[in-house]
Design a protein around this ligand. Structure first.
Ligand SMILES: CC(C)(COP(=O)(O)OP(=O)(O)OC[C@H]1O[C@@H](n2cnc3c(N)ncnc32)[C@H](O)[C@@H]1OP(=O)(O)O)[C@@H](O)C(=O)NCCC(=O)NCCS
Length: 142
């Protein structure tokens, strides 16, 4: 994953930086233990391409009792193929089916056109402006 997430271009609109393998492993360990509380769960799905199953990115879900907050990252080589949309849809369907969560959301920098495109494909709409350049997008399952 460290190699997949190494391109600095991925961090133009998200508050993060590339990490080496050791740093990334430490982060996953720390975030898992910090977030997996009674009220909030933190989940990461690695997005893999069939048939070789090579990793191309991830979808992250912060799962609260009544809301699942999503973020998505796809390696630049694989962007523009609908993979973020397809992967996020899979996470939404699974989270809805397994946990009964009906509200899905994402906080997106309004200059981030590809990420806004993903949110729109998922059926999200802007519910509120966040501080600075970010919007809060939401979608409720029927
Ligand atoms: C956001 C991101 C995950 C999208 O990945 P992706 O696999 O390319 O996304 P998809 O192909 O599913 O959909 C992107 C949509 O945005 C559109 N899009 C891409 N670049 C665009 C641009 N510059 N202007 C307008 N629309 C754009 C795509 O055309 C596509 O819509 P379409 O299917 O109608 O053509 C990827 O660009 C990324 O990793 N960015 C860096 C990390 C990031 O900012 N994550 C967001 C955190 S919330």
């Amino acid at each position: 994953m460290a190699r997949i997430l190494a391109d600095p271009a991925l961090y133009a609109y998200i508050d993060d930086t590339p990490l080496d393998e050791e740093q990334l492993a430490a982060r996953y360990e720390s975030q898992t233990s910090r977030w997996d509380s009674a009220t909030t769960k933190w989940r990461n799905w690695v997005v893999r391409l069939k048939p070789a199953q090579c990793a191309i990115g991830y979808v992250q879900a912060t799962i609260e009792p009544h809301e699942c907050i999503l973020a998505w990252v796809i390696n630049p080589q694989w962007q523009g193929n609908g993979y973020a949309t397809e992967a996020a849809l899979g996470v939404i369907e699974q989270t809805y089916a397994q946990l009964g969560i009906t509200r899905f959301s994402s906080t997106i920098d309004r200059r981030n056109a590809p990420s806004r495109g993903v949110a729109q494909h998922l059926g999200m709409a802007i519910a509120a402006e966040r501080c600075g350049t970010e919007d809060y997008w939401t979608m409720d399952m029927e």
